[in-house]
Design a binder for this molecule. Structure first.
Ligand SMILES: Nc1ncnc2c1ncn2[C@@H]1O[C@H](COP(=O)(O)OS(=O)(=O)O)[C@@H](OP(=O)(O)O)[C@H]1O
Ligand SMILES: Nc1ncnc2c1ncn2[C@@H]1O[C@H](COP(=O)(O)OP(=O)(O)O)[C@@H](O)[C@H]1O
Length: 300
């Protein structure tokens, strides 16, 4: 196994992963669950423990006073909007995020950890990137099927499909692709917060845009899968005839032909041909599932 940056690079759909680093060091959510481990490990089976743990948050919900999110991207916009509790801690703050002003984050006592307990899995985003025809959608489906048969809840956000609805206003120029990726990244983050294993499959050609989506999630929860399939192979497949149209100049700005694709430098998983032969979609899905299992995502 090769390593690039500080993340393992997995080649040839190999199952050889580097798990030397403890998952509790790497995954923020593990630290979080440890900090409330008594409540969590007892889970819903110990109602007293559970309700004690939730009591302060419930009181806040009932008080009608919004709870602070404390998110780094919340910008303090109005000092008068801060309220102090008896400990002198701020419990109410209005924020400004881009064009949204005077908005307040509402917290609920049922959180991601509770949903994960219910689903017996950990929410995360598997981000499949690669050229058109590299097998992103095929892998997404194989993975969803594999996880479903293990009773794990997944949801696929496929670039093509999302462009039929939420992103129907977007084209393929760089700004539109960036916005497509940003929106899918935000939706994927919500799915992960819901406890779902969200599989995003879109070309996402620009490194900067993919990294911005990674930054939305806790460390470890964004799992980038690079479909490292040569352009010639994708072009030979050409299931939609789009490469042919692009070569004929009938589609302008087609990724890999006259528009760039920036391969990931340190994705968690790289799937390649082995000795010039394509690995089957189900074997690729197994590789990803093995990664999820070893990293603790297939249990609460
Ligand atoms: N100009 C151009 N470049 C690339 N792809 C194009 C283009 N025009 C249409 N298509 C079709 O749109 C699909 C890519 O959509 P994505 O949302 O995944 O693209 S992106 O992430 O915003 O770059 C892509 O689907 P996949 O083949 O499944 O990747 C193509 O079928
Ligand atoms: N692992 C694979 N081996 C051989 N052919 C594949 C593999 N994965 C996908 N394909 C084929 O390649 C074509 C493109 O796959 P698709 O999943 O639609 O790619 P993408 O979503 O990246 O455009 C399809 O015809 C599909 O059947």
């Amino acid at each position: 196994m090769a390593a690039v940056g500080n993340r393992p690079l997995i080649c040839h759909a190999s199952r050889d992963f580097d798990f030397a680093e403890s998952s509790s060091q790497k995954l923020g959510f593990v630290k979080f669950s440890v900090s409330i481990c008594n409540g969590k490990s007892l889970g819903f089976r110990d109602a007293d423990m559970r309700s004690n743990f939730l009591a302060p948050v419930r009181a806040m919900e009932g008080s009608g006073v919004p709870y602070i999110n404390g998110k780094a991207d919340m910008v303090r916009s109005n000092d008068d909007a801060f309220t102090d509790d008896s400990n002198g801690k701020s419990i109410h703050r209005l924020s400004t995020i881009k064009n949204s002003t005077n908005i307040v984050w509402h917290k609920c006592s049922i959180e991601k950890i509770d949903r994960q307990e219910l689903l017996q899995q950990k929410g995360c985003v598997i981000w499949i990137t690669g050229l058109s025809g590299s097998g992103k959608s095929t892998l997404a489906c194989a993975l969803s099927r594999g996880l479903h048969s293990r009773r794990k809840l997944t949801y696929i956000l496929d670039g093509d499909n999302v462009r039929h609805g939420l992103n129907r206003d977007l084209h393929f120029k760089a700004e539109d692709r960036a916005e497509n990726i940003r929106r899918i990244g935000e939706v994927a983050k919500l799915f992960a917060d819901a406890g779902v294993i969200c599989i995003a499959s879109l070309i996402s050609p620009y490194r900067k845009d993919r990294d911005a989506c990674r930054a939305l999630l806790p460390e470890g929860d964004f799992i980038e899968v690079f479909m490292d399939v040569p352009l010639q192979v994708c072009e030979a497949r050409d299931p939609k005839g789009l490469y042919k149209l692009a070569r004929a100049g009938k589609i302008k700005g087609f990724t890999g032909i006259d528009d760039p694709y920036e391969p990931p430098l340190n994705s968690e998983i790289v799937l390649q041909q082995k000795e010039g032969v394509c690995v089957s979609p189900s074997d690729m899905a197994e590789t990803v599932m093995y990664y999820l299992e070893r990293k603790g995502y297939l249990k609460a």
